[in-house]
Design a protein around this ligand. Structure first.
Ligand SMILES: [Fe+2]
Ligand SMILES: [Fe+2]
Length: 184
């Protein structure tokens, strides 16, 4: 499996969580109760699985290898991807900040969470599409077999140090449970 295939697989999990967050947002907007613990766990999934793990693989390893292979960071797709990661973190912070209010049944906090979750979902859906269709094929075309091998090792290291043993599976179980609890 190519390192970019691993990243594309992670995209599928992130998109599943985005769909779940969309359904949670619908409930919050309709004034239907959503378990605040589920909101916290969803934010934690995005922070650790998407931002700290997936984005760390891109920012700390894939993008630098692409730069070494001659893909410019500024005025190019890498710069756009980095800027979108930063914008995404703003939405995630807004979601996290809204949860304490939701615990106190504050409707405004519910609306704030829903708006941030939708903003995050729209941003990341477009972002993931650009990476899958443009950036990753560019990486596959440019990176040498040695760079691919080094990326594979770096990704393993990110899994071990940032996510931790067994945690990845735990996140997938969370997705399964939330998909059932918040069905389409
Ligand atoms: Fe990205
Ligand atoms: Fe990505």
């Amino acid at each position: 499996m190519k390192p970019t295939d691993e990243l594309s697989q992670e995209h599928r999990a992130i998109l599943t969580m985005i769909a779940i967050l969309g359904r949670m947002a619908d409930r919050l907007d309709a004034g239907t109760a959503v378990d605040p613990d589920d909101l916290d766990r969803s934010v934690e999934f995005i922070r650790i699985f998407a931002d700290q793990c997936h984005h760390a693989k891109e920012e700390g390893h894939l993008f630098p290898e692409m730069e070494r292979a001659g893909v410019p960071r500024d005025r190019g797709p890498i710069g756009v991807m980095l800027a979108e990661h930063v914008t995404g973190r703003g939405y995630v912070a807004a979601m996290a900040n809204a949860v304490p209010g939701i615990r106190k049944a504050d409707r405004q906090a519910g609306a704030a969470f829903a708006a941030a979750a939708r903003g995050y979902g729209e941003l990341l859906t477009r972002h993931i599409d650009k990476e899958d269709r443009i950036l990753y094929p560019l990486a596959d075309a440019r990176l040498t077999p040695q760079q691919q091998e080094s990326l594979r090792e770096c990704f393993l290291e990110v899994e071990k140090t940032i996510v931790g043993a067994g945690r990845h599976e735990e996140f997938h179980r969370l997705l399964e449970r939330l998909e059932k609890a918040y069905p389409a």
